[in-house]
Write a protein that binds this ligand. Structure first.
Ligand SMILES: C[S@@+](CC[C@H](N)C(=O)[O-])C[C@H]1O[C@@H](n2cnc3c(N)ncnc32)[C@H](O)[C@@H]1O
Length: 262
């Protein structure tokens, strides 16, 4: 069973269902378990808590670990989680965590399987410049698509987000759009190809450090950007179109071997 937002006209985790996408796309690709073991401490930002499938995947994989794990969920609405708590039996995945989720809804904080889980209400775009949580090691980025929610995918927003990432950090996302990848790169992220899921043949992983990426985009990707009719970075109020020469030069400068000085 999937949940659908009537407001945004989008289904949470379409096609493969919530837990497969949460486990593979977000938890698996962020290498949360391995990185928690390596560092002994892990801070995860769950951007777009929704009905908590991604949060549950984090709890499942890290509950009972010796490491100190903080999970910070952001959303401007608790309605999807309240609905999921009330319908946990039908949804299935939330059953083991129903009481924890209900406590999170009631008080904004709960310890679940040893993981400290916090909820931060409000518009993430307004919170990002001065975040109410420690710098993350992984961001599970799931706030609807750029078409439905452009403000969460803009160059201005990602530039503010990148500026507060003081720890080595990954950002996993369902999008595979060239414009999103260009935008993340111009905001200062290294960008890589992510695994296939549902109807998508690939997704996107971004990171503060190229070494965190399993499949970083190479210089050959620049040819696709040049040819694309929709590669312009997603600036606030910008229209889709081909990338400008100035943006392409700035992008290419980030790729060793592109012939543009870094
Ligand atoms: C696709 S749903 C998330 C699904 C969720 N990750 C899950 O596992 O069930 C998108 C969520 O992002 C939230 N969202 C969208 N824009 C937001 C914003 N600017 N600030 C905070 N939350 C936002 C929506 O309220 C919605 O609950």
């Amino acid at each position: 069973m999937s949940l659908r937002s009537l407001l945004h006209g989008e289904t949470f985790h379409p096609v493969v269902g919530p837990m497969a996408e949460a486990r593979e796309l977000h938890v698996g690709q962020s290498r949360l378990v391995e990185r928690a073991r390596e560092t002994g401490r892990l801070v995860v930002w769950d951007v777009g808590l929704g009905a908590a499938a991604n949060a549950v995947a984090v709890l499942e994989s890290l509950a009972g670990t010796e490491c100190r794990v903080e999970l910070h969920s952001f959303d401007h609405s608790l309605a999807p989680l309240e609905f999921a708590v009330q319908n946990a039996d039908a949804l299935g995945y939330l059953v083991p965590w129903r009481d924890s989720a209900a406590e999170l809804v009631a008080g904004g904080r709960v310890v679940a399987g040893g993981v400290e889980w916090f909820f931060h209400p409000g518009d993430f775009r307004a919170q990002v410049a001065s975040p109410p949580a420690p710098a993350p090691h992984a961001i599970l980025y799931d706030p609807y698509s750029p078409a439905a929610n452009p403000g969460m995918w803009s160059l201005e927003h990602f530039t503010r987000l990148r500026a507060v990432l003081s720890e080595p950090c990954t950002l996993t996302s369902y999008s595979r759009s060239t414009a999103v990848r260009v935008t993340l790169a111009l905001a200062g992220f290294h960008v890589g190809q992510g695994t296939a899921t549902g109807e998508k043949d690939q997704t996107t992983v971004a990171a503060t450090d190229r070494k965190l990426l399993a499949a970083p985009l190479g210089v050959e990707w620049l040819g696709r950007v040049r040819r694309s009719t929709r590669a312009t970075p997603l600036r606030d109020n910008a229209q889709p179109g081909p990338i400008s020469d100035a943006d392409f030069t700035a992008l290419a400068a980030q790729f060793p071997g592109s012939g543009v000085a870094q």
